[in-house]
Design a protein around this ligand. Structure first.
Ligand code: ADP
Ligand code: ADP
Ligand code: ZN
Length: 221
């Protein structure tokens, strides 16, 4: 079976998209494109893009489609995406999905699969509230489900772990609403297009990894 390499990981905030995208990246040697990570870097750098995006991000709202498509367009054509890509957090709206199709057409590429990680709302809130991220390498931890061996320190790179400012109760609720109204319609869109692979996102991250890999026809490493 040919290896599937161009994948979108779709799901509510905190579903484990980033966690699974990292596993896929390791397995495929493909690039991992996380719009959230790119935007947070831009905010940190105080670049013009970051300054524009920050207001929406702080409120848990989506950044404009044009801005996101510009960001993605620059990355998809880069060398490290030649061996495939894992898109995480993108597309987030229908216009973004249409924009992605156009970008891929121009590059003469096709999307292979959309992996939808399905996690109910109460589990999501718990996952988001306990999320901690390495500020250096981006590895995700969870205070309860996946704690680092040394508190506050990344096991991979010794970087400092931080809590995202939008992982607070009010913003979490806003992000869940935005997901429901703007991103969740993509589930049906991709189902109709024959690309959707729905995965039960409950259970630990290795269980979910097994399901994701199996759905893509990979051996579970
Ligand atoms: P999560 O990992 O919890 O799903 P992300 O890291 O993907 O969240 O996104 C964090 C924030 O970045 C979002 O709340 C939104 O403001 C912005 N963002 C990320 N991806 C997109 C996108 N595709 N379209 C618009 N805004 C986005
Ligand atoms: P997303 O990118 O969808 O917002 P993340 O991959 O950042 O989600 O995961 C959100 C939080 O939940 C992180 O703290 C992560 O360590 C944790 N997590 C990821 N997958 C699982 C899982 N299967 N079970 C429990 N916690 C998980
Ligand atoms: Zn790290």
């Amino acid at each position: 079976m040919s290896v599937v390499v161009r994948v979108v990981v779709l799901g509510p905030p905190g579903a484990g998209k980033g966690t699974q995208a990292m596993f896929l990246k390791e397995r495929l040697g493909a690039c991992h494109i996380s719009t959230g990570d790119m935007l947070r870097r831009a905010v940190n750098d105080q670049s013009p893009l970051g300054l524009k995006a920050k207001k929406s991000m702080d409120k848990g709202k989506l950044v404009s489609d044009n801005l996101i498509l510009e960001l993605i367009g620059k990355h998809l054509s880069q060398e490290d995406c030649k061996r495939g890509f894992v898109l995480d957090g993108f597309p987030g709206t229908r216009p973004q999905a249409l924009g992605l199709e156009k970008l891929l057409r121009n590059l003469d590429l096709q999307l292979d699969r959309v992996v939808f990680i399905n996690v109910p709302r109460d589990a999501i809130i718990c996952r988001l509230a306990g999320r901690r991220t390495c500020e250096k390498c981006g590895t995700m931890y969870h205070l309860v489900f996946d704690p680092p061996s040394k508190e506050g320190v990344c096991a991979r790179c010794n970087g400092v772990l931080y809590q995202r400012s939008d992982d607070k109760e009010d913003t979490i609720a806003a992000r869940c609403d935005v997901y429901k109204s703007q991103t969740a319609p993509l589930i049906d869109y991709y189902r109709k297009g024959g690309l959707l692979q729905e995965i039960d996102g409950l259970g630990n991250s290795d269980d979910v990894k097994g399901r994701v890999f199996q759905s893509l026809g990979f051996d579970v490493a």
